[in-house]
Write a protein that binds this ligand. Structure first.
Ligand code: TRP
Length: 392
């Protein structure tokens, strides 16, 4: 049994659907680049998910995967801090997906809002959230930084982990083993563990739970198996086979697109991370502004974008400037163009280095897959054993 500090583990992913835009950057990518310094991060290019949504995509998959990898690297996801990998290069995702499917009620999948109607449904598409759960649980990640549209999927992964643990996490003689493990903590620590455990279980004292977990982490002398049992025994009657993940939703504003709707590639309202300064300028200039927009800053697309950039602090200043300009939107547009181009310049400089060196990108992804696989294999050893698949 391997021990993983799931509270320090992050996993997230994206489907390779084409070049990334500012909405991706402000929605998730920027937060990834911050998390990578304090958490053990795994970032997955979900090419199998792409196939489950659109089988035709196969022919373009290689290019699409490379595009995403390049945009991640350009945005500052660093291969020396985080593990970047392609889902299909880690076959353990497919294996865990299958094993989890044994415990997944069909109607949990059918009830999800993202589930397409029956006539459009393949087996693979129905299992989309299950494969996503496998992505997360395979790394025993406690945190999943995603956009708000993915909340239901992360909640699904959490419920599935719970159910899986209830079904399979329990050793037949779990309680006896956990009690024996308490004795091995020594008299004083054992008594403290018992006190904290009942404070949590009888009085719902969360602080006691955290203290007990911290106490277990400090114990050097007990085996990893016993430690896991004692972690599980704190909360209930089973060891934690697959830790329950939580979504991490950034507090950034959802970036409006050029037409005021949320920025997305399919809505054709996006500024891409790879857009040159001239393209950015042309796109912003093309935003139609109502001539008498003065005083209507709330509905002006230019103002909305500027405000998203300024954040709550400077928003008011921009708003009053916008009103005072009396319809002279050129100043406002020029300021926005400058802001966006200044933001994109370092990304594009970094991106160019990788773009000129595709072999390097391939090596980063191959390295990433190898690191990811080694973690994934550890989880699968435990899962196979829990399911009784460890016989010869
Ligand atoms: N479904 C996610 C999306 O469409 C992509 C994804 C795949 C993902 N696997 C994941 C996100 C695991 C978080 C964790 O954006």
């Amino acid at each position: 049994m391997s021990l993983v500090d799931s509270e320090r583990r992050v996993l997230s992913g994206m489907r390779p659907t084409g070049p990334l835009h500012l909405g991706h950057y402000h929605g998730v990518l920027k937060s990834w680049t911050q998390l990578q310094h304090s958490y053990q991060c795994f970032f997955c290019i979900a090419d199998l998910h792409a196939l489950s949504v659109d089988q035709q995509v196969g022919a373009r998959l290689g290019d699409a995967v490379l595009d995403v990898a390049l945009d991640w690297l350009a945005a500052g996801v660093s291969p020396s801090s985080a593990t970047l990998f392609v889902q299909s290069q880690v076959p353990e995702h497919a294996e865990l997906h299958l094993l989890l499917s044994m415990a997944c009620p069909l109607d949990w999948l059918q009830r999800l809002p993202s589930c397409p109607p029956n006539d459009a449904l393949t087996y693979g598409r129905l299992g989309y959230p299950l494969l996503q759960a496998a992505d997360i649980l395979l790394y025993r990640a406690g945190l999943v930084p995603v956009g708000g549209d993915q909340l239901a999927h992360v909640a699904f992964a959490r419920e599935l982990a719970q159910r899986f643990n209830q079904h399979y996490g329990c050793e037949p003689d779990f309680e006896a083993k956990a009690e024996a493990a308490i004795l091995k903590l020594g008299k004083k620590t054992g008594a403290l563990y018992r006190r904290l455990r009942s404070a949590y279980q009888l009085e719902g004292d969360d602080e006691a739970l955290n203290t007990a977990r911290a106490l277990l982490k400090e114990q050097q002398t007990i085996t990893l198996g016993d430690r896991e049992r004692l972690f599980g025994y704190l909360e209930g009657g089973a060891r934690v086979l697959l830790p329950e993940p939580q979504a991490l939703i950034g507090d950034t504003l959802r970036l409006p697109g050029l037409d005021g709707l949320p920025m997305s590639r399919s809505a054709d309202n996006a500024i891409f991370l790879s857009d040159s300064p001239a393209v950015v300028e042309e796109k912003i200039q093309r935003i139609a502004v109502v001539a008498d927009a003065t005083g209507e800053a709330e509905t002006c697309r230019v103002w909305q974008l500027r405000q998203a950039y300024a954040g709550a602090v400077n928003g008011e200043q921009i708003e009053s400037g916008c009103r005072a300009a009396g319809g002279d939107c050129q100043t406002c547009k020029a300021a926005l163009i400058e802001t966006i181009n200044a933001e994109l310049a370092p990304l594009q400089a970094r991106g160019a280095e990788y773009r000129d060196n595709p072999l390097l990108v391939q090596r980063i992804l191959a390295d990433g897959a190898e690191r990811a696989r080694s973690e994934a294999r550890d989880t699968l050893v435990d899962v196979r054993q829990a399911l009784g698949l460890n016989y010869r």
